[in-house]
Design a protein around this ligand. Structure first.
Ligand code: HEC
Length: 247
């Protein structure tokens, strides 16, 4: 009798835990003393929670960070090790705290002013690197005007667009051009127009390096950097498989 009472209390306690904590989880009918097993394959269904990208909003990680990494966070400049002038542009946190930005007066921020400086020695990135494009500079300004936030969205990855002009060159401009342009491009490889990109595709190095294949130097640089997002790589793959045309 004592034992039965004890068991009843124990069962009530155990089931109340399940009732309280598992209202969103799938009901589990297995051995309560074993490891619970996920029967749906997707216990926390985050797939239905999407945050579509707003074309007027700047998303730091997606839009800005690749540009900062390939143009500013170079070795000898604003990577963690070099931190020239104390400025580091390798992550959101560093950019926010050391990047000489301003959310109250963005056009007067040191960051913005250095990007538009007309003296190529004072301008950032300085010669022999090329200045950022007008569109890139405006995006950085807009990011500050929008509060310099670390916003995320689920990119509507359009792998059906793999034209050189509207897909491939913009990817290269964002992820590669900072290093592979100017009078002394990295690895002596310039990637600023169709002819140059096509040459790199034809010798196999472009694909090998972005896919981090054995025998190639992994890109984007430096070593340890993540590959480009799958979407961009798929667009490039489709374009190459299509004969890498100048379309
Ligand atoms: C931060 C600077 C930087 C960025 C960004 C960068 N590269 Fe490079 N890249 C280099 C350097 C430096 C080398 C030379 C490395 C070496 O020879 O050890 C190089 C070499 C290469 C090579 C020759 C690889 C080989 O195996 O010979 C290719 C191709 C290349 N980069 C393509 C790209 C592409 C495509 C992107 C954009 C996705 C990119 N790079 C982004 C700095 C960069």
């Amino acid at each position: 009798m004592k034992n039965t009472l004890f068991l009843a209390v124990l069962l009530a306690a155990v089931s109340s835990i399940f009732i309280i904590s598992c209202d969103r989880d799938p009901v589990y009918y297995g051995d309560i003393f074993g490891e619970p097993q996920d029967t749906t394959g997707n216990p926390l269904d985050t797939t239905t929670l999407t945050h579509p990208c707003d074309p007027d909003t700047v998303y730091f990680e997606q839009d800005l960070l690749p540009i900062l990494r390939s143009n500013c966070a170079l070795s000898g400049c604003h990577d963690v090790l070099s931190h020239r002038e104390g400025v580091i542009y390798t992550t959101y946190q560093y950019t926010r705290t050391t990047g000489k930005i301003s959310t109250t007066n963005p056009t007067n921020s040191k960051m913005y002013r250095s990007l538009i400086d007309t003296d190529p020695e004072d301008r950032m990135p300085p010669a022999p690197h090329q200045a950022l494009t007008q569109a890139q500079i405006l995006m950085i300004l807009r990011w500050m005007q929008q509060g310099a936030l670390d916003l995320h969205c689920d990119a509507a990855c359009d792998t059906t667009n793999f034209k050189f002009g509207t897909a491939i060159m913009p990817i290269v401009n964002t992820y590669c051009k900072g290093c592979h342009s100017g009078s002394q491009p990295s690895g002596n490889i310039a990637l600023t127009n169709y002819t140059q990109v096509k040459a790199s595709v034809d010798n196999g190095k472009f694909w090998g390096s972005i896919q981090h294949l054995y025998g190639f130097v992994a890109m984007p640089y430096p070593a340890g950097s993540a590959k480009m997002p799958d979407c961009e790589i798929t667009q490039i793959e489709k374009w190459i498989n299509n004969g890498a045309p100048n379309d």
